[in-house]
Structures are given as structure tokens and as C-alpha cells.
Design a binder for this molecule. Structure first.
Ligand code: IFM
Length: 462
């Protein structure tokens, strides 16, 4: 193969840009939308950087046509977005027709422009009413999620082919109920584990619902955020630290989705948390084990881990029940978020997943970087760091494909600068700048033009 061929992506490779409802929509009081846990959390003093809220966010609710015109102009063929559960079911149970109609219009507007919609059903905005009844630590929430899935599929299923059940259950469970840095801000290791199981159960139930109502050509999967564990030393203690971190961060969510149940070694590591496993009912693991058409891989950065002298010492990893392992500071160059840029970890991850899953196709459903962009005198944003980040990670994907991994798509996080959860508007991940101080004006960044060129050629520039 010559260099140009080596830089080509497989025919039919799916290119896209992604967002999530809470991070961009705004319009929080429009058309009967209910409150989500994030609406509540952003109102709690000290939880969000500078007290930012997402009440307006990018005002995508009113500007989606303009945003889709941008996607079309860039020639990006796919758009991954999430549906807001409380917009569609304000109390988590009852349909609000006007809320669902918004997504109906959105899907039509995308298709009119030749953009293929990809729906994520859960990207963290649990209806507050369901949180008041116990939230994800309560089993019933998983069943309510299945009902909501059925409703969304009924309306959008005739036009949407690509569906993700849950985006990053790790974050919803461990950050929402464990460390408490995300909504609903509860901080209890046992609750976090219960929430994790019910999110996985919700995934399985939603997969069953989607499959039952599926038409030809539809594909369903789950999106997990992976943090590959790296160590400098390769002795038994360091290998053990890697195993522990990787077990709870990555395999804990992956294994049950693959039909292997929760990893025994992880259950043993966190045995001291007590009887949280009583939430795993007979038959749950079979429900979670629904065959997926692909695995969604969200990748940003690896974690550098070290073993602690005291194997029982509480860890700084933010993983419920993890003991005897710490994460050490990331190595530069860092993004503005403080994440390191290690594209080779993405290659290793995709190749490992190919082997570990027995060849299940993967799609990279989130990858991207936040940098402190500047608008230059010419009015443009020459975000060469983001361009380089994207280039290197796309290169990493090609390397994985050449090593045999069946990677079928790539979605940049994110289309727009948006509300980055606890960090508010301080982290700019967009290919398109949103000027939060100037009427939410959109400006296409250089990285977006770079991405457009890659998509046009289905290849990296040689
Ligand atoms: O913005 C988030 C997204 O909502 C989930 N994945 C990680 C992104 C960057 O932090």
C-alpha cells in the first residue's frame, strides 16, 4: 500500500459531529419541558464554575436550523444528538407532545439537508421527578427509561437508523452518585454502584424495546467512556494497579454488555462496600446482555496509575470502593481541561477491544479537545491545537484499522462550544465557536475546515 492508500478510511466510514441536549438546547421552559436533575444542580451554589447555568446554553432549541445549515455547509454527513427525557416526559412518565414534536422537527430538518440523525436516548438529564423517587439507585428508573425509549422510537424510528441507549453510564453513576461532582450531586459509594447497575439494566431494557420495534437498517448500541490505564513500571504491583483501575472504570461496564456479567475480580475488589449487589436480580444480567450492533467508544485521554503502599488506602481515582491505587498528574501537552493528549492509547484501546469483544464493530462516538481559542484580527479562529489533536487521533484510528480493528465511524465532540457540566462555559470543545458574550454568534473554526477536508476525501491529508 502506498502512503495515500494508508491514509484512507474504509468505504462507508461514518463521519459525524456530536452534542447533547442539556449542553446546547436552552429553552428550558419551552413547550412544557420538565426539570432535569441538571436544572436543579446548576441552581445549587458552588456546584458549577462561576454559577453558570444551561438555561440558554447555545439556544439550539431556537437555532437548530442555523446549526444544521452549518453542519451541511461543512459537508458532515452525520449528527449525533441526545433527546431530553424531561422535554418529552416532563415528570418522567407522561408524554408532552410538544416536546416530542421538537425532535420530530429536528429529524426532518436534518434529513432535509441530507444529514443522517443519530439519537442518544440518555445523556444524563434525568427528569427531576424521577430523581425525587430515588433516581438511578432505584430500580424503577430503569423501567421508566424503557417506557421513554418506546415512545421516542415510536415517533422517530421511521427516520432514525442509529441509536445509542445510554451515553457514559460511568459518569451518570460514579460522578452523579459517587463523587457528587455531577448532578444529582449525591456522594455515596454504595448508591453509585446501585445506580451503575440500574443504568446498565436500563440499557438492556431499552435495547429490547428498540429491537422489538426495529425496522430493517436500524442499529443499536451503547456508548462507554474508556480511560486506558497506563503505568511507567511493569512489575506485579503496577500491573495490579492497572487491573484494578481498568476493572472498575472500563470492564465493569463493558463486560455485562457483552454478556459476561460483572467482572469477578472487580466484585472482589469492592466487596467491602457490602450488599449493593442485592440490586442485581435474577435475569438482570441476561437483560443487560442484549447483542449490540456496535460498541460506542468515547475516548479523550488515558489515566496514569500507581499502586499505593497500603493496599487498603482510599484512592483518589473517584471510583467507588477502589482502594490501593492512585492516579498521578497527566503529562503534557495538556488540553485546557488538563487532559493529556495520547493518541496511541486510542489505537491500543481499539485493537484491544477488537480482541476482547471477539470482533464487535466499534464506532468512536466522542473524541475531541478543549482549548482556549482566540478570535484573531481576521475574525477567524486558528485553532491549530485542536486541528492537531483531531489529526493525531484520526491517525490513531487508522493505525487500529490497519491492525485489524473493525472501526466503523468517528464523531467529533463537539459541533459547538457548549455547557461543559461542572465547568460551565469555560471549556470550548466546539468545531464551531459560540460567543457566549456576544449574542451566541457562531464562528466556524479552522479545525472544522480541516475536518471537512478529511471527510470530503475520506482520508487524512498526506
Ligand atoms: O462534554 C462531555 C460529554 O457530555 C460527555 N463526554 C465527555 C465530554 C467532554 O467532557
Amino acid at each position: 500500500m502506498n502512503e495515500a492508500q494508508l491514509n484512507r478510511f474504509p468505504p462507508g466510514f461514518r463521519w459525524g459531529v456530536g452534542t447533547s441536549a442539556f449542553q446546547i438546547e436552552g429553552g428550558v421552559a419551552e413547550d412544557g419541558r420538565g426539570r432535569s436533575v441538571w436544572d436543579t444542580f446548576t441552581g445549587v451554589e458552588g456546584k458549577i464554575h462561576s454559577g453558570h447555568t444551561a438555561d440558554v446554553a447555545c439556544d439550539h432549541f431556537h437555532r437548530y436550523e442555523e446549526d444544521f445549515a452549518l453542519i451541511a455547509r461543512l459537508g458532515v454527513p452525520g449528527y449525533r444528538f441526545s433527546v431530553s427525557w424531561p422535554r418529552v416526559m416532563p415528570d418522567g412518565r407522561t408524554l408532552e407532545v410538544r416536546g416530542l414534536a421538537f425532535y420530530d422537527r429536528m429529524v426532518d430538518a436534518l434529513l432535509d439537508r441530507g444529514i443522517s440523525p443519530s439519537v442518544t436516548l440518555y445523556h444524563w438529564d434525568l427528569p427531576q421527578a424521577l430523581e425525587d423517587e430515588g433516581g438511578w439507585p432505584a430500580r424503577d428508573t430503569a423501567y421508566r427509561f424503557a417506557d421513554y425509549t418506546a415512545l421516542v422510537q415510536e415517533l422517530l424510528g421511521d427516520r432514525v437508523d442509529h441509536w445509542t441507549t445510554v451515553n457514559e453510564p460511568f459518569c451518570a453513576a460514579f460522578l452523579g452518585y459517587g463523587t457528587g461532582v455531577h448532578a444529582p450531586g449525591r456522594s455515596d459509594e454504595v448508591l453509585a454502584m446501585r445506580a451503575a447497575h440500574h443504568l446498565m439494566l436500563g440499557h438492556g431494557l431499552a435495547m429490547q424495546v428498540l429491537r422489538a420495534g426495529a425496522r430493517q437498517g436500524q442499529e443499536f448500541g451503547l456508548a462507554l467512556n474508556f480511560a486506558p490505564a497506563l503505568t511507567d513500571v511493569d512489575d506485579a504491583r503496577y500491573r495490579e494497579a492497572r487491573r484494578k483501575f481498568d476493572g472498575l472504570h472500563n470492564r465493569f461496564f463493558l463486560d455485562p454488555a457483552l454478556g459476561r456479567g460483572y467482572p469477578e475480580d472487580v466484585l472482589a475488589d469492592i466487596r467491602h462496600l457490602g450488599d449493593w449487589t442485592s440490586v442485581i436480580h435474577y435475569g438482570d444480567l441476561e437483560t443487560i446482555a442484549q447483542p449490540m450492533d456496535w460498541l460506542g467508544v468515547n475516548y479523550y485521554a488515558p489515566a496514569r496509575v500507581i499502586p499505593l503502599e497500603d493496599a487498603d488506602a482510599v484512592s483518589n481515582c473517584g471510583l467507588p470502593g477502589l482502594r490501593g491505587v492512585d492516579v498521578t498528574p497527566p503529562r503534557g501537552p495538556l488540553t485546557s481541561f488538563g487532559w493529556e493528549q495520547t493518541p496511541e492509547s486510542l489505537t491500543d484501546l481499539l485493537v484491544w477491544l477488537h480482541e476482547y469483544t471477539g470482533g464487535l464493530p466499534t464506532e468512536v462516538l466522542e473524541n475531541g479537545a478543549a482549548f482556549e481559542d482566540r478570535v484573531e484580527q481576521d475574525g477567524r479562529i486558528h485553532d491549530s491545537e485542536r486541528e492537531r489533536y483531531l489529526h493525531e487521533h484520526l491517525h490513531a484510528i487508522l493505525a487500529a484499522i490497519h491492525s485489524g480493528a473493525d472501526v466503523r465511524g468517528y464523531v467529533v465532540w463537539s459541533l459547538l462550544d457548549n455547557f461543559e457540566w461542572a465547568l460551565g462555559y469555560t471549556q470550548r470543545f466546539g468545531l464551531v465557536r459560540v460567543d457566549f458574550a456576544d449574542g451566541l454568534r457562531r464562528t466556524v473554526k479552522d479545525s472544522a475546515r480541516y475536518y471537512a477536508r478529511v471527510i470530503e476525501k475520506n482520508a487524512l491529508p498526506v
